[in-house]
Design a protein around this ligand. Structure first.
Ligand code: GLC
Length: 527
């Protein structure tokens, strides 16, 4: 593992463009805003930027309902802005990834407008259509992830179309070669425009059962996502045939050269299935998001075995990817750390020292908590369409807290942003000036990773540690010791110097044999 590979050795950062930085004072973040903030990302030590959907969209699902896969949403800017972002990021050694949404289009995409025109329309079979059951009800029992049945009757043509999400997000038919060819062309289009890769939305679910068989009922011990819809999406999503498409994209991506990367939203709930998305290790996804890790509790007995098992199951040459949140889940400082600053710091130390590519979600670097979005500001379809009380995902998507000033450095003072500001106490301006801040800790951990091959590519080996602690060696000469408990404890066989501690007062201290850690404290020791 001598040679450097940017996406393996580096740190990725997810930007939700509507909420990162608003350059024109309309309350909505945009691409020029991202350009204006590239220096922050370069200072932090980021190697790649994943932008949530940037395509034209009616925003029924905030960009995940795409109306043109080759365009840029006017709210976010122009194609020239995107080119400029790619160029300026490149000058800072940062590559740009787009969010590809191949499972479905918008119902306003010209393909679907054509498809619903008549049963023999040119694009009719680009989507999944089916006749009603004899009693007029939907063709099978599939449920939408958002709410209700996954089928919508198109009155005019008398058939149902499939939508696993919003009814304004009709599913494409991935059995159709024309669809496959078109997406090859879309990938190629963006590669030629300088895009370094894609995050692939719903990468585990784009191919549907050809016979549209009913999903089996959820079992009591199933994950909440399955219990909520009352079924396991065995036929609507988790088809093995998806691997043909992933292999095809990998070939196409490799053929374009230039170290491009495909990262899948592989939202599966067991590590055995997760490992399959890497194929033989070099022929499917480069990185597959680990939702088993994200969904687990923040404690050593739960997380350490997940990491160990992931290490064990991934095929040779496959590379793990770790993240603590994204635009679909509650932010980790709230979900994992419950607002406790010590836990926020410890979680970030964990993320940035595991073997695998870390992905930060915007705001993670200052410990941005989940925002409490009032009822009258909720815009997420999950909350709007879902059962009463389902809060949706808006609280994880509020504007980036650049400062505590009016406008938060996100937009002009006095402008009301598209989603309300959350708590601005944790913000970039204040934390940059503070050597003891979360932001400084994150920057220093990233710098340490960059400087030490052990942390980038060194093997992961779990060490003996008392209950509540988690210790591991990385490579030859780096030890990470974390105390995930409410009391002090001590870890044996720890030697070296504290390169970075969550308590910065410890930095530089020598350790010879045993280290005492306070509650929720962690250190990285180097020989
Ligand atoms: C993915 C996205 C989510 C979106 C859904 C439908 O899960 O991450 O935000 O709503 O797909 O596109």
């Amino acid at each position: 593992m001598a040679e450097r590979v940017w996406w393996r050795d580096g740190v990725l950062y997810q930007v939700y463009p509507r909420s990162f930085a608003d350059s024109d004072g309309d309350g909505v973040g945009d691409l020029r805003g991202v350009i204006d903030r590239l220096d922050h990302l370069a200072w932090l030590g980021i190697d790649g930027l994943w932008l949530n959907p940037t395509f034209p969209s009616p925003n029924a699902d905030w960009g995940f309902d795409v109306a043109d896969y080759r365009g840029v949403h006017p709210d976010l800017g122009t194609p020239d802005d995107l080119d400029e972002l790619v160029a300026k990021a490149g000058e800072r050694g940062i590559r740009v990834l787009l969010d590809l949404v191949p499972n479905h289009t918008s119902d306003e995409h010209p393909w679907f407008v054509d498809a619903r025109g008549s049963r023999d329309a040119a694009h009719r079979d680009w989507y999944v259509w089916s006749d009603p059951a004899p009693d007029g009800s939907p063709p099978n029992n599939w449920q939408s992830i958002f709410a209700g049945p996954a089928w919508e009757l198109d009155e005019r043509t008398g058939q149902y179309y499939l939508h696993l999400f919003h009814r304004k997000q009709p599913d494409l038919d991935w059995w159709n070669d024309a669809v496959r060819d078109e997406f090859d062309a879309i990938l190629g289009y963006w590669y030629e425009r300088g895009i370094a890769g894609f995050r692939i939305d719903v990468a585990h679910g784009i191919v549907k059962d050809r016979e549209l068989r009913d999903n089996p009922a959820a079992r009591e011990d199933d994950v909440v996502q399955y219990r909520r819809i009352g079924q396991r999406p065995e036929f609507s999503m988790l088809r093995p045939d998806v691997h043909d498409v992933l292999r095809r994209w990998r070939r196409l991506t490799d053929d374009h050269g230039g170290e491009r990367v495909l990262i899948g939203e592989t939202w599966v709930h067991d590590l055995e299935t997760l490992a399959t998305f890497y194929g033989g290790g070099v022929d499917e996804l480069h990185l597959a998001f680990n939702f088993v890790f994200i969904s687990a509790g923040f404690d050593a007995p739960t997380l350490a075995p997940i990491v160990a098992r992931t290490e064990e199951l991934l095929p040779q040459h496959a590379w793990p990817v770790w993240t603590m949140g994204n635009h679909d889940v509650t932010r980790f400082p709230t979900r994992w750390a419950e607002g406790d600053g010590r836990k926020v710091r410890l979680a970030l130390m964990l993320l940035l020292t595991l073997r695998g590519t870390p992905v930060l979600y915007y705001g993670d670097e200052v410990g941005m908590p989940q925002a409490d979005v009032p009822d009258d500001r909720i815009v997420d379809p999950v909350a709007v369409l879902g059962q009463p009380g389902r809060r949706g995902r808006d609280g994880a998507r509020t504007p980036m807290p650049w400062s505590a000033e009016p406008g938060a450095g996100f937009t002009e003072p006095g402008v009301e942003p598209w989603l309300p500001f959350g708590d601005l106490t944790a913000n970039v301006a204040d934390q940059r000036a503070d050597p003891g801040s979360v932001l400084t800790l994150v920057r220093d951990l990233i710098a340490l990773r960059r400087a030490r091959a052990d942390l980038r590519t060194g093997a992961y080996a779990q060490l003996d540690a008392p209950a509540g602690a988690w210790a591991y060696r990385r490579g030859e000469a780096t030890i990470v010791a974390l105390n995930l408990s409410d009391g002090p404890l001590s870890i044996a066989d720890a030697r070296g110097r504290v390169a970075v501690g969550t308590d910065r007062a410890r930095d530089g201290a020598g350790v010879d044999g045993r280290i005492e850690l306070g509650a929720w404290e962690g250190v990285v020791l180097t020989a």
